[in-house]
Design a protein around this ligand. Structure first.
Ligand code: 6GU
Length: 234
């Protein structure tokens, strides 16, 4: 999978060199390129923002540098390319969304700062043949810009790309994959600070263990995330 990121803070993305995703890049499973939006400005101050039409607080990112950056990045892009616009005004990011994005041949993340990007940039990108634009939010809180959000989405999607996670079974047995939270996990020693591992896990009875784990998932989901259950009265 190819991933392009456009940002005014390319150095934010140095964390993509480490851990699982860093290894996936070395193995060429992920091909990540970070582009500096300011390289697409032409004035001495490399200006990327201006005051909002209609007034109001904050600054808006100017369309011209974004237009040039996206001409360069999206030119000749394969069909099925998804341009992800991280935004607190987007639809919520979920595991389902991550699974869908993992099928795209190419993802382009446009990281806005300030009060966001001139809307025409997003509307124009959506008219490009073969490109689908998705405005996506990490959750109901505000970050200073799209960079940290893009990083979270890249990690969630990247680990679903075949080969990135060594044991594919660990992908199906985790929180949200079956719509429930994960069951609690334990490892050795069986007694630690007088706390015992639940006896059922030491029984060797795999049917009973599966059923206990499922009960734990339901109990935990009911307790902390009742909104995930189908008959949630809320
Ligand atoms: Cl995707 N971007 C920003 N700037 N803030 C957010 C967000 C995204 N998701 C939640 N808050």
């Amino acid at each position: 999978m190819r991933i392009d990121i456009v940002t005014i803070f390319p150095e934010f993305f140095s964390v993509l060199d480490v851990s699982l995703l860093g290894k996936a890049r070395q193995q060429k499973l992920l091909d990540v390129t970070v582009h500096d939006l300011r390289d697409f400005t032409h004035d001495r101050h490399r200006t990327v923002d201006d005051t909002p039409y209609g007034g109001g607080a904050g600054m808006v990112m100017k369309p011209e540098p974004w237009g040039e950056a996206l001409d360069a990045v999206l030119g000749g892009t394969p069909d099925g390319t998804v341009m992800v616009v991280p935004s607190p005004a987007g639809r919520p990011f979920t595991q389902k969304e991550a699974r869908e994005l993992a099928f795209a041949p190419r993802l382009v993340f446009t990281c806005g700062r300030y009060e966001g990007i001139d809307q025409r940039v997003i509307d124009h990108a959506a008219t490009r043949p073969g490109v689908e634009v998705r405005e996506i939010s990490l959750g109901d809180y505000v970050l200073n810009g799209g960079e940290v959000a893009a990083m979270a989405m890249i990690e969630a999607v990247g680990r679903l790309v075949p080969g990135v996670v060594g044991n594919p079974e660990s992908l199906t047995e985790e929180s949200h994959e079956d719509g429930l939270l994960e069951y609690p996990s334990y490892t050795k020693p069986s007694v630690w600070r007088e706390l015992e591992v639940p006896a059922i896990l030491l029984s060797g009875n795999h049917g009973a263990i599966d059923s206990w784990r499922h009960d734990q998932q339901l109990e935990r989901t009911r307790r902390v995330r009742p909104d995930l259950l189908p008959d949630d009265p809320a």
